[in-house]
Design a protein around this ligand. Structure first.
Ligand code: PLP
Length: 284
């Protein structure tokens, strides 16, 4: 695989980052994951805008322009022959060659790394046909989940807890209400109304969430942005999650309670189809 590190395209085994890089030592880094379908980037603009916001919120410098970023994405997709897959992008605060809690001086260049992941069958996914089984766990993450940082240890532990319980993923619960999934936004559907938590610092402002809510409105589906509990979601007709890498993923079970008849619901299935069709049309 060819990867991109700080201005260079290299074979992955030749790519190097300093051991003093703050991304490595302190998770002082932000990231984006952009899907590739049919060799094209899904919602690149959305990811570029959110990356800028994450960098601004952390007083981190932009490593390059949006145009350069697009060019790097496209080149990696091309040289690695990605038809269906992902482009991972990470920007860190870099390093001035030592470990210190104080940020390095402003002229310290950020580090930027991009690589591709080949995922044949990403759109026509067997997992989406089956639907996901979810467990709920306490949300003990920090209070700025709207910034897409690489602090992914707890979400990763949550996924492992789900696997151990024979499930696929976990929804996080804070003060009795669902925040989001480990790596996705969470929704349920009751009597034709789609319910999801409103945007705040408590959740990531999903690129896919924004697109899917727009498409739901265009399809005359009702959407309510409000807090909800696990119990309410368990009593729903159906549920689903959204993310840039899994699109719309139906949820068929929450903490051992099957939703509807235990198979992907009609609204989740329809939204997945609409999302894939529309975002592929707009892909660049
Ligand atoms: N919430 C969390 C915690 C995530 O990590 C992600 C994606 O990585 C999402 C939500 C979904 O966001 P997006 O649709 O932009 O991928």
């Amino acid at each position: 695989r060819t990867v991109y590190v700080n201005g260079e395209y290299l074979p992955e085994e030749d790519a190097k980052i300093s051991i003093f890089d703050r991304g490595f030592l302190m998770a002082d880094a932000v990231y984006e994951v952009t899907s590739v379908l049919d060799g094209k980037l899904i919602d690149f603009e959305g990811h570029a805008v959110r990356l800028k916001r994450s960098l601004d919120e952390l007083d981190m410098a932009e490593p390059c322009s949006k145009e350069e970023l697009l060019e790097i994405h496209r080149k990696l997709v091309e040289v690695n022959g990605i038809v269906e897959g992902l482009v991972y992008l990470q920007v860190t605060r870099g390093s001035d060659g030592d470990r210190d809690f104080v940020f390095p001086s402003e002229d310290t260049p950020p580090s930027i790394v991009l690589f591709t992941q080949n995922k044949p069958g990403l759109a026509d996914s067997p997992a989406a046909k089956k639907g996901a089984k979810i467990i709920s766990i306490e949300d003990i993450r920090w209070g700025r989940r709207d910034i897409k940082t690489v602090q992914l240890l707890y979400p990763s532990m949550g996924k492992m807890m789900a696997k151990k319980a024979g499930c696929d993923d976990a929804w996080l619960v804070e003060d009795g209400h669902v925040t989001e999934g480990t790596s996705n936004n969470a929704y349920f559907v009751k009597d034709g109304v789609i319910v999801t938590r409103p945007l705040s610092n408590d959740i990531l402002h999903g690129i896919t969430r924004k697109a899917v809510l727009r498409m739901a409105a265009e399809a005359q589906l009702k959407v309510e942005e409000r807090l909800f509990t696990i119990e309410e979601a368990q009593g729903a007709d159906e549920a689903f999650t959204t993310s840039a890498s899994a699109f719309v993923m139906p949820v068929v079970e929450i903490d051992g309670v099957a939703l509807g008849n235990g198979t992907p619901g009609p609204i989740a299935t329809r939204l997945r189809e609409i999302y894939l069709e529309e975002s592929l049309k707009a892909a660049i």
